[in-house]
Design a protein around this ligand. Structure first.
Ligand code: PGA
Length: 250
């Protein structure tokens, strides 16, 4: 049976105590979940949340990481530090990193390669702004983000990478791409991947949708053939909203 990858991005929310409480509620609520589930708390809560999810079916993720292993990089977090805490996955190139902190495709690519080299599974986020979509540049923008983000990633490593398609205009706005629109972009991403790696790896690639995923729209999005999971922001902040998304088949 097809399995889905459901990830919660907690962004810059929650103290350590609040993060632990949410992680505990999710461990309790997701014991029977059929899907692969990941949660990405703030860096400050990773250590405490690691203790809560250890030995459960919930994967610990980080929301970002620095592009180097160590050195004079004030304010950055190394993949070695993440691994040390039990982190297994890392979100890279989120649109908030691209737009608010001006991360380029080249920088994101460096992080993707470093994450893979260090055994962390990257989620590479891609997505167009409203202006880019309205100007007819959706495919050019998303296609370039996929190609640049994966530059140098060997075919043998591709299975460790997840792509999250997140239209920027749908993030935190309550506006979701229609399942049909999202599926069409996912199909396009698969076409780009097919050109890079061949049809079979492209077909096998896990492509999440992100942007205002909620309990009441998760099932219809996941029903689409090219949508393999969700990257959830706002609705990931409460067990009452994230658990039903992760358990949409139950
Ligand atoms: P949202 O965020 O679910 O709040 O729209 C998604 C994301 O930014 O990953």
């Amino acid at each position: 049976m097809r399995s889905y990858y459901m990830a919660g991005n907690w962004k810059m929310h929650k103290t350590v105590a609040e993060s632990v409480a949410l992680a505990k509620a999710l461990v309790a609520g997701l014991g029977n979940c059929k899907e692969r589930v990941m949660i990405a708390p703030a860096f400050t809560a990773l250590s405490a949340v690691a203790e809560v999810v250890k030995g459960t079916n919930i994967i610990l993720g980080a929301q970002n990481m620095g592009p180097e292993l160590q050195g004079a990089h004030t304010g950055e977090i190394s993949p070695l530090m993440l691994k040390d805490l039990g982190v297994a996955a890392v979100i890279l190139g989120h649109s908030e990193r691209r737009h608010s902190y001006l991360e380029t495709d080249a920088l994101i690519n460096k992080k993707v390669l470093l994450a893979l080299a260090q055994g962390l599974d990257p989620i590479l986020c891609v997505g167009e702004t409203l202006e880019e979509r309205e100007a007819g540049n959706l495919e050019a923008v998303v296609g370039a983000q996929v190609k640049e983000g994966l530059k140098g990633v060997a075919a043998s490593e591709l299975g460790k990478v997840t792509i999250a398609y997140e239209p920027v205009w749908a993030i935190g706005t309550g506006k979701t791409a229609t399942p049909e629109d999202a599926d069409a972009v996912h199909a396009y991403i698969r076409k780009v991947l097919g050109g890079m790696y061949g049809d079979a790896p492209a077909k096998a690639m896990c492509i999440q949708y992100g942007g205002s995923v909620k309990p009441d729209n998760a099932a219809e999005l996941m029903a689409k053939p090219n949508i393999d999971g969700a990257l959830v922001g706002g609705a990931a902040l409460k067990a009452e909203t994230f658990a039903p998304i992760a358990m949409f088949r139950s």
